[in-house]
Write a protein that binds this ligand. Structure first.
Ligand SMILES: [Zn+2]
Length: 309
């Protein structure tokens, strides 16, 4: 009998519905982004429906692994969430907002578990809310699903070493703060602005200038990431593959091309693969109507084992 070993998995649920899009978000985030990616991957037969894994939602207890109890209590009020997410109008009955974050965090937890157990890349179609801090949400991130996922992962498998490679345009400041005194988790972030200076032996922040293009960006990545992988030697790599360094992004000021973005993604995957380190990928940011195509192309390329740049 021949067992088919999938090249990877996608994590998605119809519950990843961004109800907040109907509540006046002041952002150019495409709320249909992740559904579009799922549809396109299926339509082009890049994945089969059995390779799309459905998560369970995370619960308040999961949030408490990272966030302070008094802050988690506040998150139970939809109007607190509305302020963090800059929504124009939120009613006290809008529980769908926190439910969205529970489902996506559940997806992040499932992505890390599956990547580790099956030793193949797993892509959550969402997640990467890296600005969330223990007692505070900022930058559209009320809950830090990256950190919740890592804590749940370590609870299940012991204190495994986790490396977060955060290539979103924005600094992974919340994740870095959460793990700054925890030597089982190294946080690496390549970004435009350093929102918080993190003094930790297990954090590296690399800041790049406005208009940074493919060459400069990839060089910065290639001169820093391999050394961290070699010295830290992670059991799991969590990749926050934000699409906002792209030149057409409506928030970012970098000028990476389609090719540069894909080279970036494949570089991270190949560095991990060379060291037999499994990778869980989270979507991170990425704004504007075309942004979905970046994550889509990346997943397509891994699933096919071949990339058309
Ligand atoms: Zn971002």
């Amino acid at each position: 009998m021949i067992f088919f070993q999938p090249k990877g998995f996608v994590v998605y649920s119809y519950e990843y519905f961004l109800g907040l899009c109907e509540k006046g978000p002041r952002s150019t985030f495409d709320c249909a982004k992740f559904r579009k990616i799922r549809t396109a991957l299926l339509k082009e037969k890049m994945i089969r429906s059995r390779e799309i894994l459905e998560p369970e939602p995370a619960g308040w207890d999961d949030f408490l692994l990272v966030h302070k109890p008094e802050y988690v209590e506040k998150l139970k009020d939809p109007q607190t969430l509305g302020k963090i997410l800059f929504l124009d109008y939120v009613s006290p009955f809008d529980t769908d907002i926190i439910e969205f974050f529970m489902w996506v965090t559940g997806g992040t937890i499932l992505s890390m578990k599956t990547a580790y157990e099956k030793q193949v890349p797993v892509f959550n179609l969402g997640g990467g809310y890296h600005h969330g801090k223990p007692g505070k949400g900022e930058g559209f991130c009320p809950v830090n699903d990256v950190a919740v996922g890592i804590r749940r992962f370590q609870e299940k498998y012991g204190k495994k070493r986790v490396l977060v490679v955060d290539l979103d345009y924005h600094q992974g400041n919340g994740t870095a703060l959460i793990f700054k005194d925890d030597d089982s988790c190294f946080t690496y972030s390549l970004h435009r602005d350093t929102w918080d200076e993190i003094n930790s032996a297990t954090n590296m922040d690399v800041e790049l200038p406005d208009h940074c293009a493919d060459g400069e960006y990839l060089e910065a990545l290639q001169t820093t990431l391999p050394g961290i992988l070699d010295t830290f030697s992670p059991d799991l790599l969590v990749y926050v593959a934000g699409g906002d360094p792209h030149r057409d992004d409506t928030l970012g000021t970098f000028e990476l091309t389609d090719r540069g973005m894909l080279e970036r993604d494949i570089y991270v995957m190949s560095q991990a693969k060379a060291r037999n380190c499994p990778v869980a990928v989270l979507a991170g940011g990425g704004y504007g109507p075309e942004s979905w195509k970046l994550y889509y192309r990346f997943i397509k390329c891994v699933m096919r084992g071949r990339c058309d740049v």
